[in-house]
Write a protein of this length. Structure first.
Length: 326
């Protein structure tokens, strides 16, 4: 995902949510609808979430330091995880509380045209924001389904905005249904039920976001397509004969660490091996431009070495327990 594409989607969502939040609070003030209050808080929380994503993107651009030699790319993962927490607590739990209170103490809606008008406006505005997020996502989604895209995306911004906007649209429909049923039956309990459903929806979305961003924070490898390209680029058939084992790790959405033990010919000189490693690094960066940190360890291939894998304690002649694996 391009950073500019993610930023455009975030800005579109932020602009829409700020306008919608103001309209919903006005509607709540005139009608007393708890759905409107819950939706207003939801839109305000979404606005704060988009601001967090923008802050995370800016902080991630800082240069590496001696204390953080691999840079700050993971700031984007951290702020995306904070978004899931805000969505769960401020959005979901607040809506459930409001829905419970409205069911327990229902009252008739006043000035019904305010919430209905605002909900129609909000659906149009959220639809514009969601359309922008879908358009930006389609540029990088490729053949993946939407579920696969959200699961595999290394840049968290677009999946977060997509899920937020999708949840907002469903929430608006639930709110409109709750308000409509409350007006049709004269029973304010329906408004509370709509609010309760919004809260459950937001919590479910927050849990999905938390699970995905937690995986990114723990450290994910390159996707299968990139792994294949790296392995192909490593082996030239002359000096580098095979990949004995390899590990990759995303230091950020657009920065990949590659560490591999490569097999070289027993007859190769130190100069030939050095030249082969430099050439292999160049081929990797051409094939996968985000592979910016590369560590290659040459070794003589043996069956025992390959079977042992990357575990240094189990590799005959390999580094000791206190030495780095690659």
């Amino acid at each position: 995902m391009s950073a500019s594409g993610g930023t455009r989607a975030i800005v579109a969502a932020l602009s829409a949510n700020l306008a919608i939040a103001a309209a919903k609070f006005v509607a709540f003030a005139f009608s007393g609808s708890s759905s409107m209050l819950a939706e207003g808080v939801h839109s305000l929380a979404d606005s704060g979430n988009q601001a967090l994503l923008l802050v995370g993107g800016k902080k991630a651009k800082r240069e590496a330091t001696p204390q953080h030699p691999f840079g700050y790319g993971r700031e984007r993962f951290i702020y995306a995880f904070l978004v899931s927490i805000v969505l769960f607590s401020v959005g979901g739990m607040f809506a459930i509380y409001e829905g419970y209170e409205k069911i327990k103490h229902p009252h008739e809606l006043e000035h019904w045209y305010w919430p209905v008008g605002v909900l129609v406006f909000a659906i149009l505005a959220e639809g514009f924001s969601f359309r922008t997020a879908v358009k930006e996502s389609n540029e990088t989604r490729g053949h993946l389904s939407w579920a696969e895209f959200i699961r595999r995306a290394k840049a968290p911004e677009l999946p977060v905005v997509l899920l937020e906007d999708f949840g907002a649209l469903i929430g608006l429909v639930l709110a409109l249904g709750g308000v409509g049923l409350a007006l049709a039956t004269g029973n304010g309990v329906w408004d509370g039920i709509g609010t309760l459903c919004i809260g459950v929806l937001l919590i479910l979305i927050a849990l999905v976001l938390a699970a995905e961003t937690k995986s990114l924070l723990l450290g994910e490898s390159a996707n299968p397509e990139a792994l294949g390209k790296i392995e192909t680029a490593l082996v030239d058939g002359e000096q580098v004969t095979r990949v004995i084992h390899m590990r990759t790790l995303h230091l950020g959405p657009e920065e990949l660490l590659v560490a591999a033990k490569i097999g070289v010919r027993p007859s190769s000189t130190a100069a030939q091996i050095t030249e082969a490693i430099d050439a292999a690094e160049s081929r990797i960066r051409t094939a996968v431009p985000i592979a910016r940190v590369i560590y290659l360890e040459p070794d003589i291939y043996t069956t025992a070495e390959a079977e042992a894998g990357p575990n240094p304690q189990a590799t005959p002649g390999g580094p000791g327990p206190d030495q780095p694996e690659h």
